[in-house]
Design a protein around this ligand. Structure first.
Ligand code: IVH
Length: 699
C-alpha cells in the first residue's frame, strides 16, 4: 500500500467510526486503537499535506497552532431580525404579510436559539469556511474551531455549493458541568452563550474541541437557485438530509391546523401544526416550556414559508421583511453604544468601557458598562453605533449582553488603541489583556494612590480619587510615599479645596498611620496580593517588610510556593514585587514615616496595658522622643486611647511638645488637660527625666 492508499483507507475507516459513534452511539473499536489510527493519519497528513482529504476526520481533533481569525467577506447578506414584543405584533406581521401578498401564506415558527450566529460555507460539498456574523458583511473566519464540532458535517453527500446559517450553542447542562470544573470563579462564563462565543474564538482548536458545542441550522442559501427547495419546510428537510442538525422543536402555521399538518407531513418534517388563530396558544406553550428546554432560547422566530414570496418581500437594510423575532420578556433593556472609552487601571491594565444611551433598568439609569477586554468585544462583535442589550449581572453590575442590531454606518468591531490613552506608551498584550507598561503613567500613579487610600486598604477617608487628582495635578502628590512625606497645609486654596478640606486631609492621613502591617502590605497594590494573600504571608512568617525583602533577594520561590494556596506563579510574583525598585522605594518611605512595617509593631496594642482607654488625645508641637509625631500617637492608640487632630470639647488630653501655640490655647480655654513630653514618657513607663514639677499627674 502506498502513502496515498494508506491515507485514503485510514480516512474512510476513521470517518466510519466517527459516524457510528456520534450518530448512533456505537463504538466499533477500542479508544486506544482509534487513537492509534488517528495519530497515524495525522502523521501521514503532516508529511504529505497534498494527499490529505479536505474533510479528513483529523480536522475534528483540533490543533495547538494559534488561530488568528482573519476577517472575511460574506457572500450572503447576514442580517438580523425585526423584533416583536407581543403576540399582537406577531399577529400584525401575519396579517400585513398576507394583505401585502394578496393571498394566503404559511409561516414557519422556530425557537430563537441564544447562541453564536454562524455561517457555514460549502463548496462542491466540502466545508470551506465557517464565519461569524460580524457586521453582516464581514465576519471572522473561525473554521478550525468549528471543524472540531461533530454536528458540523465536513463534507456533504452531494457536491453542492451553499451557505448554511445556524446558531452555535452549548446546552444548559454542559454549561453547568464545564463551569463547575473551572476552579477560578473569575474565569467562569456568565451564561451558556458567552461560553459558546468564547469557545468559537479559542486560539487553539484542540481546546475548542473540549467544549461540547452544538449547532442548529435554520437557513440554507444555494449558489445554484435551481437547486433551492421551494419553501422553508423543504429547506429544513433538505438540510437534515444533507447531515445538518435542525431544531425539531418546530411549528407551522396555516389558515387551518389541518392544512399545516398536511404540509408538515408532505415535507417529512416533525413539528406541531397550528392555525393562525392559535398563535396565543403556541406562544403560551413555548413560554411555559422554555425553562425546561435543554438549551437557552430568547424568543421565537416566525418566517414566511414560501421562497418566492420571500423574494418579492425582500430586505430592509437590516432585516428580511419576511420574518420577525418574538422576544420573551426579560429584565434586559436596549441601548445604543455611543462610544467605547478606555480606562487605565493602577496596574496599567486597560479596560474598555461601553458608553451607552442612558437606559433605565431595574430601578436605575445605566450609562456605562465594562467591556472587560478586547476578547469580550470580539465575542460580541461590538461596534460603535450598534444597538445592544443590557442586563444587570447578579442584579448589580451592568453588562452588555449582545448586539441586537448592527449599526448602519458600516462601523466594524471596536479595536482597542495600540497606545495608552493616558500617556501614549505602546501597550503590551499579556494573555487576553492589554497593559500600559509605563509605571509613571499619570492614570496608574493616581490609581495606585487612590487604591492605597481606599476604604478597604489604608482607609484614608479624606483622600478619595477626586482629592488625589487635585493634589496630583498640583504637583503635591506624585506617589504613595508623598502621602506621609508631604505637608498638605498648602493644599488649602487649590481648586475645590479649602482650609477645612486641608485640615481634614491631614487628620485623615495622621489617623491612618497606625494601620496594622497586613493592611500596609495589601495596600501596596501588588498583583494578587490582596487582603487574603497578605494575611497568608503574614501568618506564614513573613510578618515584616524586612523578611519579605530578604526572602525576595535570596530568590528561592519554594519558601513562598509552600504557603497555603500560593504555588509557583504566586511565589514568582511575590519575589518580583519585592525586588521591584518602585516597591522598595515606597516601603522605605513608609518605614521613614513610622508606619507599621512589621506585625510586631501592631502587637504593641495588645501587649500594652490599656491605660488610655476611653480618652481622646490630641498632640501639638514637636517631640524629642517621638519623631515624627505620629509615633507618639501610635503609643496612645496602642494603650487604647483615641487620637484626634484638633482640640475640641471632646478632647480629654493635649500632648504638648515644643511650640504648638493655638492648640495649647484652645486646650487651656476648654480646660483640656495638658501633658508634657516628660510626663507622657513616665506614663508610658519610659521614664527618662524627672517630671518637671516633681508631681505625678493624676488622670
Ligand atoms: S433567522 C435572514 N432563525 O437570531 C435570516 N435566526 O436577531 C435571519 N437566531 O442573527 C435569521 N435562532 O443569530 C433565525 N431559528 C432562527 C434563529 C435565529 C437564533 C439568531 C441569529 C440571528 C439573530 C437575529
Amino acid at each position: 500500500m502506498n502513502v496515498k492508499e494508506e491515507i485514503d483507507a485510514l480516512t474512510q475507516e476513521l470517518k466510519l467510526y466517527q459516524d457510528k459513534y456520534y450518530k448512533e452511539g456505537v463504538s466499533l473499536i477500542s479508544d486506544g486503537e482509534y487513537d492509534r489510527l488517528t495519530d497515524r493519519l495525522i502523521e501521514l497528513e503532516a508529511a504529505h499535506p497534498e494527499l490529505a482529504h479536505p474533510d479528513s476526520p483529523t480536522k475534528r481533533v483540533g490543533s495547538d497552532l494559534t488561530n488568528d481569525f482573519p476577517e472575511v467577506r460574506h457572500t450572503i447578506p447576514v442580517l438580523s431580525l425585526d423584533k416583536a414584543y407581543s403576540e399582537e405584533e406577531v399577529r400584525e406581521f401575519f396579517d400585513k404579510s398576507i394583505a401585502k401578498e394578496g393571498g394566503m401564506l404559511s409561516f414557519a415558527a422556530e425557537e430563537k436559539i441564544d447562541g453564536v450566529s454562524m455561517v457555514l460555507y460549502y463548496e462542491d460539498g466540502l466545508l470551506v469556511r465557517a464565519v461569524t456574523r460580524g457586521n453582516g458583511e464581514v465576519g471572522n473566519d473561525v473554521t478550525a474551531n468549528i471543524m472540531t464540532m461533530q454536528s458540523v458535517p465536513l463534507s456533504l453527500p452531494e457536491s453542492v455549493t451553499l451557505a448554511v446559517r445556524g446558531e452555535v450553542y452549548i446546552s444548559k447542562s454542559d454549561f453547568e458541568k464545564l463551569n463547575a470544573m473551572e476552579p477560578d470563579v473569575q474565569k467562569r462564563a456568565a451564561n451558556p452563550r458567552n461560553l459558546a462565543a468564547g469557545t468559537v474564538r479559542r486560539q487553539k482548536s484542540s481546546e475548542a474541541k473540549l467544549v461540547p458545542l452544538r449547532i442548529f441550522c435554520y437557513e440554507g442559501f444555494w449558489a445554484d437557485r435551481s437547486q433551492t427547495p421551494p419553501d422553508h419546510l423543504n429547506i429544513l428537510a433538505k438540510l437534515k438530509a444533507l447531515g445538518f442538525t435542525i431544531d425539531e422543536d418546530f411549528a407551522f402555521f396555516c389558515s387551518t391546523a389541518e392544512e399545516a399538518e398536511k404540509r408538515l407531513s408532505a415535507a417529512g418534517i416533525k413539528g406541531k401544526a397550528y392555525s393562525f388563530s392559535q398563535l396565543d396558544t403556541y406562544i403560551a406553550e413555548m413560554t411555559a416550556a422554555r425553562p425546561d428546554l435543554g438549551y437557552e432560547i430568547d424568543g421565537l422566530v416566525f418566517k414566511i414559508d414560501e421562497l418566492d414570496v420571500r423574494d418579492r418581500f425582500g430586505y430592509t437594510e437590516h432585516h428580511p421583511r419576511w420574518a420577525i423575532a418574538y422576544k420573551f420578556e426579560s429584565p434586559q433593556a436596549e441601548a445604543k453604544l455611543l462610544d467605547v472609552t478606555v480606562q487605565v487601571g493602577r496596574t496599567g491594565r486597560i479596560t474598555p468601557v461601553a458608553e451607552i444611551t442612558p437606559t433605565k433598568l431595574g430601578g436605575s439609569t445605566i450609562r456605562r458598562a465594562t467591556l472587560h477586554n478586547q476578547e469580550y468585544i470580539d465575542e460580541l462583535e461590538l461596534a460603535i453605533g450598534d444597538t445592544v442589550s443590557i442586563s444587570k449581572r447578579g442584579d448589580v453590575i451592568p453588562a452588555v449582553e449582545r448586539v441586537t442590531e448592527k449599526n448602519d454606518s458600516g462601523n466594524t468591531t471596536f479595536r482597542l488603541p495600540s497606545n495608552c490613552p493616558c500617556c501614549g506608551s505602546p501597550l503590551k498584550h499579556i494573555g487576553a489583556l492589554d497593559y500600559c507598561p509605563n509605571y509613571d503613567c499619570p492614570d496608574q500613579v493616581r490609581g495606585r494612590i487612590s487604591f492605597f487610600a481606599s476604604s478597604d486598604q489604608m482607609d484614608i477617608e479624606t483622600l478619595g480619587p477626586k482629592t488625589v487628582d487635585i493634589l496630583y495635578k498640583a504637583g503635591m502628590l506624585d506617589s504613595i510615599s508623598d502621602i506621609y512625606r508631604n505637608d498638605f497645609s498648602s493644599a488649602a486654596g487649590l481648586p475645590g479645596f479649602g482650609e477645612k478640606s486641608a485640615a481634614l486631609l491631614k487628620a485623615g492621613i495622621e489617623e491612618s498611620r497606625t494601620r496594622p502591617f497586613v493592611t500596609v502590605l495589601s495596600s501596596l497594590g501588588i498583583a494578587e496580593l490582596g487582603k487574603k494573600n497578605a494575611g497568608i504571608l503574614v501568618n506564614g512568617g513573613f510578618d515584616s517588610f524586612d523578611k519579605l525583602l530578604e526572602a525576595a533577594e535570596k530568590g528561592d520561590p519554594s519558601v513562598f510556593a509552600s504557603l497555603p494556596g500560593f504555588g509557583d506563579i504566586m511565589a514568582e510574583n511575590v519575589i518580583n514585587a519585592f525586588r521591584d525598585p518602585h516597591i522598595i522605594a515606597v516601603i522605605d518611605a513608609l518605614r521613614d514615616a513610622g508606619l507599621h512595617v512589621s506585625a510586631e509593631m501592631d502587637e504593641k496594642k495588645d501587649e500594652e496595658e490599656q491605660i488610655f482607654s476611653g480618652q481622646v488625645w490630641c498632640a501639638t508641637g514637636s517631640f524629642e522622643n517621638f519623631n515624627p509625631r505620629s509615633k507618639a500617637l501610635a503609643e496612645i492608640e496602642a494603650r487604647g486611647g483615641r487620637t484626634v487632630s484638633s482640640v475640641t470639647s471632646k478632647t480629654t488630653h493635649l500632648l504638648a511638645g515644643k511650640g504648638g501655640g493655638s492648640k495649647r490655647a484652645e486646650a487651656e480655654r476648654l480646660g483640656v488637660r495638658i501633658v508634657s513630653e516628660d510626663e507622657f514618657m513616665k506614663l508610658l513607663g519610659k521614664e527618662k527625666t524627672a517630671p518637671e514639677d516633681g508631681q505625678l499627674m493624676l488622670f
